[in-house]
Design a protein around this ligand. Structure first.
Ligand SMILES: NC(=O)c1ccc[n+]([C@@H]2O[C@H](COP(=O)([O-])OP(=O)(O)OC[C@H]3O[C@@H](n4cnc5c(N)ncnc54)[C@H](OP(=O)(O)O)[C@@H]3O)[C@@H](O)[C@H]2O)c1
Length: 284
């Protein structure tokens, strides 16, 4: 089976690429420089040469706040060009595995299932929703996996930010009125490979929700990170309104998986596992 993966240098892309290679899959990974998803001509050449069975798209415009001012670029990468990628998958008879976000929802209720009405509050969410819609319009053999609050190696994420701030500061202000499910890229990648990277998938095509289990808010998340790292840093709880970021975020965005139980472990266990890297002592 031949797999083409876009966004190879990103947080989720690098983890999936590594895992797929370790599992002995024949995977061709591309970064934004050698596999720009906005370059349809180049994509056609790649599809023609590599004839993939599966295309995994981890490429995305993920700067949520910047997307408010770079609306055109976000809509192009996450929306229109994702649609073009789906068209190519259909032409070349490849299954598309694509990732989307909890930010397609407006957060007015506590949990969100796959079929719930989408209504993004920010441009990033709108652009990801456009991508979802264009995929569904252009092809049938797709898996769209919505996930949330990702952390992992090779990417800017909340856990690393707090680990650094916790060592530098006595007190850190963190938002307490937004709730969601932190998700470790390693856990997500394992489930994606187990359930979706298959010649004949056991699950029906469509939209799935995969996150680590449990819900928290950003300030309790930060408190847990400090506690696990034995840091005495205090968390000052503030409201999202006070934090005042350019992009509005949903108050509640916990994704419920109603189609299948992926058996994801609790987010605290996953965070603890990820934080082990901070305990590694340099050999000099
Ligand atoms: N991070 C989260 O908390 C989160 C939450 C929910 C859903 N998701 C979704 O999960 C997926 C992976 O997210 P992530 O956090 O791993 O993202 P990431 O670390 O920002 O990686 C995204 C990758 O996309 C690449 N890219 C950007 N524009 C591209 C283009 N035009 N052509 C090809 N590649 C391009 C980037 O390459 P360069 O670095 O070279 O620009 C980067 O390596 C995305 O679909 C995202 O929307 C993420």
């Amino acid at each position: 089976m031949r797999i083409l993966l876009f966004g190879k240098s990103g947080m989720l892309g690098s983890c999936l690429y590594e895992n797929l290679s370790e599992h002995g899959h024949s995977v061709f990974g591309f970064t934004s420089s050698d596999g720009d998803i906005t370059n349809t001509r180049k994509l056609k050449i790649l599809f023609e040469e590599l004839t993939p069975d599966i295309v995994i798209n981890c490429a995305a415009y993920t700067a949520v706040d910047d997307a408010e001012k770079n609306q055109d670029l976000a809509m192009k990468i996450n929306g229109r060009c994702t649609g073009k990628l789906a068209e190519l998958c259909k032409t070349y008879k490849a299954v598309l595995i694509h990732f989307s976000t909890d930010y397609v929802f407006d957060g007015h209720k506590k949990t969100w299932k796959e079929s719930d009405k989408t209504s993004p509050l920010n441009i990033y969410g709108e652009s990801k929703l456009l991508g979802e819609k264009l995929i569904a319009e252009n092809m049938k053999k797709f898996f769209i996996i919505r996930t949330s609050w990702l952390f992992g190696e090779n990417g800017k994420n909340f856990v690393d930010t707090m680990a650094v701030l916790g060592k530098e500061k006595d007190e850190v202000s963190v938002v307490n009125d937004q709730f969601g499910s932190p998700t470790y890229t390693k856990d997500l990648a394992e489930k994606v490979i187990e359930f979706f990277v298959k010649k004949k998938p056991i699950l029906a095509y469509g939209i799935y929700h995969i996150t680590n289990s449990g819900t928290t808010n950003w300030s309790d998340f930060a408190t847990y990170i400090f506690k696990t790292l034995f840091l005495e840093t205090k968390v000052k709880e503030i409201t999202a309104e006070k934090f005042n970021r350019p992009a509005k975020r949903p108050k509640y965005s916990t994704l419920k998986s109603t189609k299948f139980d992926f058996g994801m472990r609790p987010w605290r266990k996953a965070v603890k596992d990820y934080l082990r890297k901070y305990f590694i002592i340099a050999p000099y």
